[in-house]
Design a protein around this ligand. Structure first.
Ligand SMILES: *Cc1c(COP(=O)(O)O)cnc(C)c1O
Length: 396
């Protein structure tokens, strides 16, 4: 492959591909597959946002390049959201930057913060993009283990002293994908302390900041006093306003990091289409009733799925955030083995936990982003597998 860099050739094979191929084979044979592996909302973007987009499309001035940092209205809407929702003050000109989806920001912030060979702490298990993007920027990825029994808070004790000193960047993600873990502000306070002690920049990925249940409100890392000295936070409209394909997100917090990212970005892209930014500003300055409506739907689906899993003996608690359920596989199965069994025998796709890092082995992820009837059907099929025999075998 003379035209493909060693870097790209070195990306480890995509772990979902085995399941994906199997899914396609079974579908070709006529099997009805329910895909609980997809991590994107099935619900539509709320009408008022689409209306604003349509209105902005009528103005030819909107067809020009956006400013590099994004349009003023969007950045001010992000700052207003932080003020209203978290009581955090942000300067829309220096502490907010528009992104073409938060994934874009995650990929570009790495070369803005590290040089090749620098150590990056990656939550394990975690969203796979952190690891691959850090690798593509020449970073050395070191696992930051999360503690399952303590809501997947990071276990800094397990990071060696050498890696603590070498690390320049640390990723965190609450509410978490894939773990659905939610934390109190204390966990973010501890992170800021750790980062200051070791001069590590924090990137907190808050993609699920508004997807929360049972009255739980996910904290922002910027609510920690002094967090702006070391941290930035990513947000996205993809999950909270069902806008995955629109590609709009933001980063807020530390000015120097944001400025460094804006330099990388201004040499890479020219921000998002103005009508999309303006429609997203409309979303962020709305009354959030559509977010509540979506959350009620996810919550109903969650009840259904958690109850079904508990019935077949899988130990799982109701998550307070994200639209995922993260659960241990029944005894006697690997993550991959369990995923293959569910696919072959029930026609249900789940994501094997090892796709999210070594500590994900022994777990699986279910996404609640399918229509409720399909979820009910999936639940019935899983129940019909009569897995309880395996789940209840005592240790001998
Ligand atoms: C979906 C997701 C993203 C990416 O969101 P976009 O803004 O659509 O790029 C980032 N982080 C996590 C953890 C996600 O699940």
């Amino acid at each position: 492959m003379p035209f493909v860099s060693k870097r790209v050739q070195g990306i480890p094979p995509y772990l979902f591909s085995v399941i994906d191929e199997k899914k396609k084979r079974l579908q070709a044979k006529g099997m009805d597959i329910i895909d609980l592996g997809i991590g994107a909302p099935d619900l539509p973007t709320p009408d008022f946002i689409v209306k604003r987009l349509t209105k902005e499309l009528a103005d030819p001035l909107n067809f020009k390049y956006s400013g590099y940092a994004g349009c003023q209205e969007f950045r001010e809407a992000v700052a207003a959201f932080y003020k209203n929702y978290y009581e955090v003050d942000l300067d829309p000109n220096t502490e907010v930057l528009t992104l073409i989806g938060s994934k874009e920001g995650i990929a570009h912030i790495i070369p803005a913060m590290i040089d090749p060979g620098d150590v990056v702490l990656i939550p394990d298990p975690g969203y796979p993009v952190y690891r691959t993007a850090a690798y593509l920027s020449g970073g050395e990825c070191i696992d930051l283990p999360l503690i399952p029994d303590q809501n997947y808070r990071p276990d800094y004790k397990q990071v060696s002293d050498q890696h603590k000193e070498q690390a320049k960047l640390m990723f965190l993600n609450y509410p978490g994908n894939p773990t659905a873990a939610t934390v109190g502000i204390d966990v973010l306070e501890e992170a800021v302390r750790f980062a200051k002690d070791h001069e590590i920049g924090i990137v907190h990925d808050a993609a699920y900041n508004l997807v929360t249940f049972d009255g739980y409100k996910a904290p922002s890392i910027l609510q920690v006093p002094g967090a702006k000295d070391v941290a930035v936070e990513f947000g996205s409209l993809s999950k909270s306003f069902n806008m995955t394909g629109w590609r709009i997100g933001y980063v807020v917090g530390n000015k120097e990091i944001i400025r460094a990212l804006s330099i990388v970005k201004s040499n890479t892209d020219t921000s998002q289409f103005l009508p999309i930014q303006k429609a997203a500003a409309e979303a962020l300055t709305s009354d959030y009733s559509t977010v509540d409506q979506n959350n009620r739907i996810y919550q109903e689906r969650r009840e259904k799925m958690v109850e079904a899993l508990q019935k077949i003996g899988i130990a799982v608690e109701k998550p307070r955030g994200s639209f995922f359920i993260w659960a241990p596989v029944p005894k006697g199965y690997s993550s991959q083995g369990f995923a293959e069994k569910l696919l072959e025998e029930a026609g249900v796709v789940i994501t094997p936990g090892n796709a999210f890092g070594p500590s994900g082995e022994g777990y699986f992820r279910i996404s609640l982003t399918v229509p409720s009837e399909r979820l009910t059907e999936a639940v019935e099929r899983i129940k019909a597998l009569q897995l309880e025999v395996n789940a209840h075998v005592p240790d001998s």
